[in-house]
Design a protein around this ligand. Sequence first.
Ligand SMILES: [Mn+2]
Length: 339
Amino acid sequence: MLMNQGESDYTGKLERAAQLLQDHTGPVVLVTHIDPDGDAIGSCLGLQRTLRFLGKNAQTYASVPRYLNFLLENEDEILPPGVVLTPETLLVVLDVDSHDSKRVEGVTLEGTFPNFILNIDHHGTNVRKAQLSIVEPAKAACALMVAELVALLGVAFTRSIATPLFTGISTDTGSFRFTNTNSEVLEMASHLLSGGADLGFINESLSQTPHHMYRLQAQVLGTVEFLHGGLTITAQVNTAMLETVGASWEDVESLVGVIRSAEGTELAVLFKVYSEDSVKLSLRSRGRVSAQNIAIALGGGGHMAAAGVTVNASYAETRARFELEAVKEFSRVGMGSGL
Ligand SMILES: [Mn+2]
């Protein structure tokens, strides 16, 4: 694979990170992004357990969503956001740009960055301003990068370490179905399974749909529309729908996955109408168009296959802006004729 200059020394940087963590005697604080997903929590837990195995004082601060609680071995394994760093703390920021203060959760970093920061991330939009930024967009999951770091630290994949890392890789590859599922992903998944990652436990724990979700899905699926000659499927969800069925915004994350399998579509978009002037789009692509390009054009970010953006405008205006950018993206890849 051809890599650009900044990313050509991935292994060297990972080795530096391993050395840094080995040598560090003070506390290690791990944080990740807001609305943490399986990759975010899995990366933190995999690294935290590895560091504790090495005798380090390592602690994650994050808001664990209820559906990922099964990964925790005890209830205070991850503490709520709001840590105050001491000068001797090494800060590890996973699965998010350490310098994106709106997205980093757990610690307040606005303006000042007094501590040494190790940033491990696979988002190409990362500005790479940490003292050690390991950013590799070609990696399917941050948990894959952490697993490679764990191997460099010489720590074996036990059930306890492998299970969250496997969950992270599984989450960001859509259970090994997205196009980012390459041989490297499957090889690492194999190593993690050999180490005791419990695939059955992970998948059964992740497929525990709360009863109200079926009623929420009925409401959201009632809003489905097909645009762009059937290339795009959209749906929307708003506060009133959530209130009707007793659901929360946290419940909504998975719904874009429900619509993305529509026959003949290339793009799936779920509009989360937070208020009169705030709408979040969750975009999914099957791989021919870039969800990331559309999200970036609207002020957000993400990956080719999965991206998101919050637009401060009405639903109607947000939707109009989205449709414009989607047509541009379909045109860019030669699918725009007649749209
Ligand atoms: Mn990720």
